[in-house]
Design a protein around this ligand. Sequence first.
Ligand code: NZQ
Ligand code: ZN
Length: 386
Amino acid sequence: MYDFHYYNPVRIYFGKDQVNQLKEAVAPYGPRILLVYGGGSIKRTGLYDRVLSQLREAGKTVFELPGVMPNPRTEKVYEGIELCRRENIDFLLAVGGGSVIDCCKAIAVGAKTDRDFWQTFFINGEPAADAIPLGTILTIPATGSEMDMSAVITNWATSEKNNYDSPLIYPRFSILDPTLTFTLPKNQMANGIVDTMSHIFELYFSPPDEDNVTDYLAEGLLRALIRAARAAMADPTDYDARADLMWTSSVALCGMLNNGKKTDWASHCIEHPISALFDVAHGAGLAVVHPNYLEYVRSCAPAKFARFAQRVWEVDPAGKSQDELAVEGIRRVKAFFRELGAPATLAELGVGEADIDRIADLTDLSCWSYKPLTREDVVNILRMAL
Ligand code: NZQ
Ligand code: ZN
């Protein structure tokens, strides 16, 4: 294992009706709250009314920033920053998925500086000096943003989708009620399951590859995720399956699976420009990119891929070479994504061969990979995905 520092300060309220804890959760913060949400699902499900009633009982004054779009854009962040300054906001409450939470995180640091938030944090990567505290109520298990210190924002004008990390944007609390996910459409469920699996892959497929506790945790999470995904797809109101999906997505990126590992992120680096250029859902992009990336690098770590096939997919090793096991493990990933109804080709995302060069130009090549990636490698992987 590599040396590591581990820190995660997010207080979790997990379970049915934990939204009723919101009054207590926001009590320590100032009276002026900005409620941030997306395109309206929280109004249709009745969650909006429950949140407002808790905030009123807590004696808070509520301001609203609705309309955060999937793949949240810089314009929405500027709008939020302006609102925070004008109304002297004390606390940000994100109610929704990764897009709403990430928008809140960017507003949190952007409102506390006089400089441009995009240039300062998302381009220069400067450490933030201050941030408005924030909390979340999660409605779609996918990104892990509810328990991590990352935000991902898209600049539509420059086709850049960039990540920013700061310990100041860890949520102070996250409310995870699995019943809030019963209303998710199947395609959004699939996107979330693929994203969660992809996060675990990014951490698992990296050294050390000998026996270590973090890899055992990852394998256990993958097995739980596969079981729960199938159960929730068959019965969207299966509480235990929804609970496993929700907690798996949070644990996947809360830092536990990074501990002692090199970590990868190449598939995310290739997917982000696809989302930025074509406004594709992040999970859908990953469903196309990640299996092809694994196929591309598997010969650099044959023992790890063979282990993956046996421990995660229970492939019988009898009569199979290491290489055959590795191939079978990746075939199972592809079949599983198909079973979920996720796309498998760039064509299904509306992306053609003529777009590959632009995607490759925008891909960040700095992440670690079993096979250090060049622009040509990215082009090869994307061609495999056509
Ligand atoms: O906008 P509303 O109307 O709320 O509808 C949303 C949205 O259309 C809908 N939805 C959410 N909960 C629902 C629901 N519909 C019915 N019932 C519910 N309970 O789902 C749609 C997608 O929501 P979104 O927040 O965009 O999804 P997700 O959580 O997958 O977030 C994706 C964003 O997070 C970034 C992605 O790149 C993308 O921009 N990521 C953030 C990360 C992080 N902060 O650590 C890491 C990830 O790798 C990822 O990059
Ligand atoms: Zn992701």
